[in-house]
Design a protein around this ligand. Structure first.
Ligand SMILES: [Zn+2]
Length: 134
């Protein structure tokens, strides 16, 4: 079952206000799923999706970030980093009319690696992000 999450929304707002002001005002909905998600045999903790133009018009929502079942077992710190990672996928610029999912620049975002180090996922119990490549 999918549910909207005020906990994730609050976490994201804090990150956006302190580190990603370009996303202030972006219509993002934050959801949890009580089901695990996998890609092959890799765990998917979370993902970021763009609403189609039709669904944006119907709902006013431009993006959806979902934390799946396995994200429940992560530490708060790791959930925070995971959210920051997902927010980096949000390509939104109302002035330019941009609405897209931003791909990783390297295997992970360089900004995450620079900020938290190459081994952040080991220290934080996260072994991979949604694409399962790490
Ligand atoms: Zn990613």
């Amino acid at each position: 079952m999918y549910k909207t999450s005020t906990e994730l929304s609050d976490m994201a707002q804090e990150i956006i206000e302190t580190a990603m002001p370009r996303l202030i005002g972006c219509p993002i909905v934050y959801m949890t799923s009580d089901k695990p998600k996998k890609s092959g045999n890799m765990i998917i903790y979370a993902d970021a999706e763009k609403a189609t133009d039709k669904w944006s018009a119907l709902t006013g929502v431009n993006f959806v970030i979902t934390f799946y079942k396995d994200a429940e077992g992560l530490t708060q710190k790791a959930r925070h980093i995971l959210m920051e990672h997902e927010l980096m996928h949000i390509g939104w610029d109302p002035d330019e009319g941009t609405k897209k999912i931003v791909p990783h620049d390297v295997q992970d975002f360089a900004a995450i690696l620079n900020k938290y180090g190459m081994d952040w996922h080991k220290a934080q119990q996260v072994s991979m992000f949604e694409e399962g490549k790490r």
